[in-house]
Design a protein around this ligand. Sequence first.
Ligand SMILES: NC(=O)c1ccc[n+]([C@@H]2O[C@H](COP(=O)([O-])OP(=O)(O)OC[C@H]3O[C@@H](n4cnc5c(N)ncnc54)[C@H](OP(=O)(O)O)[C@@H]3O)[C@@H](O)[C@H]2O)c1
Length: 272
Amino acid sequence: MTVALPASLLLVGAGKMGGAMLDGWLKIGLPPARITVIDPYPSPAMQALADKGLTLNPALADLAPQAVLVLAVKPQMLDEAAPQLDRLIGADSVILSILAGKTITDIKERLPAARAIVRAMPNLPASIGRGVTAAVGSSGLTLAQRDLAQALLSGVGSVEWLDDESLIDAVTAISGSGPAYVFHLAECLAEAGRTLGLPADVAVRLARATVSGAGELLHQSDLAAGTLRENVTSKGGTTAAALEVLMAADGLQPLILRTAQAAKRRAAELSG
Ligand SMILES: NC(=O)c1ccc[n+]([C@@H]2O[C@H](COP(=O)([O-])OP(=O)(O)OC[C@H]3O[C@@H](n4cnc5c(N)ncnc54)[C@H](OP(=O)(O)O)[C@@H]3O)[C@@H](O)[C@H]2O)c1
């Protein structure tokens, strides 16, 4: 199904994540001429896009209501950014917020004109178009508006819709913070390699290539992670010996659970 891209889109905050999403929208064919960006210190890449028709830092009083407003400033900047945005919200506008910890209610309070809101939580691989975003829609969101949000979010990776906004903290603990857990796994593997006697630079390269290669294999394969693991584990072999330690009752699973619980607790504290 082809979803029409928005006639006008205002991106508020073109930093790491806003910039990554903008790249994604251009890749899926949203013309720069339909995009307006507000950012106090735009990057050179953003300036270059202005030469291709994107509107950069216009006087907001001159703008007509926008089909989509994307909120991508730091969460603590919402109060400063919001007052000037309310008049840019039309009856059918969709507000797409990626602000960590800001609830749909928080956004409605700051933008009283907003009827249709999508709260989304992308993750870092969005910067290479391989993110995963969890999204939840407000009560006023129509099916067509949800499809529009889906089309925009899928510019930076896959999208999972949730029915229950309270699950966003769990999403933060798994996919939001998850890339850091995987980077740490690469660090731990490299450190183990050094301890086993490998030269440090070799250990780092082996660990990096192993984590990224296994991740890519998981990405390309239709098999479940557990099946891929079983496929490389011969009975009585080296991997089996290693997994006996890793999968022990006090092994990686309970540690990852405690890890994710700590992230979820912190997400709840930050949004409270
Ligand atoms: N990075 C991630 O992995 C990730 C994941 C999930 C969600 N998020 C969410 O994404 C949002 C942005 O995060 P980020 O990592 O992209 O931060 P960032 O790189 O600091 O981007 C925020 C951008 O907004 C600009 N800005 C500040 N005040 C503004 C205003 N009043 N009007 C318009 N633009 C303004 C900033 O400009 P200056 O730098 O000049 O202040 C900066 O370019 C956050 O709410 C975060 O919770 C990020």
